[in-house]
Design a binder for this molecule. Structure first.
Ligand SMILES: Nc1ncnc2c1ncn2[C@@H]1O[C@H](COP(=O)(O)OP(=O)(O)OP(=O)(O)O)[C@@H](O)[C@H]1O
Ligand SMILES: [Mg+2]
Length: 196
């Protein structure tokens, strides 16, 4: 059984990509077969794994130009593969909207390769736009990195509302895998308050 986890929080810089790369590398070291799909046009997971100027990338897959299998790259870490991103992925937001069933597109393209992996990690962009909705529609669980800083909780209720909408519509099997506290510093009251 393949477990697909979206790593999402529309707040920027909370550690989504750092979590995706490290969780992917750690699961790979434990001999799980992992596919990390970079769903963010910023391409930080792609560059974080040392991949530059990738082609084909997720845009080519979502637009139907190539099957996902041809866009899978080795990451250099054991058992961790990557589907890379590129700033062209921004085009998804404008090009696919209005097409019926666009939310299910990522789920559809992942289906043929899913059996080859134990875990698929979807690194989401810092927005609740179409790429994040597509990732939540494709996922079994959503992991929410939450930075232990002053405005941490801002936006979380909006994210949870989006998750509930998706649960009651396009993806009933979606669960909340967890809230992951990032950049936690036990020595500060602020970190402890956020955790509380
Ligand atoms: N546990 C940590 N301790 C210290 N710094 C961290 C930690 N996790 C992430 N960072 C740093 O915080 C910054 C933001 O992290 P990251 O890019 O993973 O966040 P993100 O949520 O993916 O950002 P974006 O919303 O832009 O995609 C990076 O500079 C990263 O190195
Ligand atoms: Mg990121």
């Amino acid at each position: 059984m393949t477990l697909t986890i979206a790593i999402a929080n529309q707040k920027g810089g909370v550690g989504k990509t750092t979590t995706a790369i490290n969780l992917g590398a750690a699961l790979g070291a434990l001999e799980r077969r992992v596919l990390l799909v970079d769903c963010d046009p910023q391409g930080n997971a792609t560059r974080g794994l040392g991949v530059r100027a990738p082609s084909p990338h997720l845009y080519h897959v979502l637009s139907g130009e190539v099957p996902l299998a041809t866009a899978v790259l080795p990451s250099g870490f054991p058992n961790l593969d990557l589907v890379s991103s590129h700033r062209d992925l921004v085009g998804v937001e404008v090009e696919f909207v209005g097409q019926s069933g666009w939310e299910g597109r990522l789920r559809e393209v992942l289906a043929p390769v899913a059996g080859g992996y134990d875990t698929i990690l979807l690194d989401c962009p810092p927005s609740l736009g179409h790429l994040t909705v597509g990732a939540l529609a494709a996922a079994d669980g959503v992991l929410v990195p939450l930075q232990c800083e002053y405005f941490a909780l801002e936006g979380v209720s909006e994210l949870l509302t989006t998750v509930r909408r998706i649960q009651s519509g396009i993806n009933r099997r979606l669960t909340i895998s967890g809230i992951l506290l990032t950049m936690y510093d036990d020595r500060t009251n602020l970190s402890r308050d956020v955790a509380e």
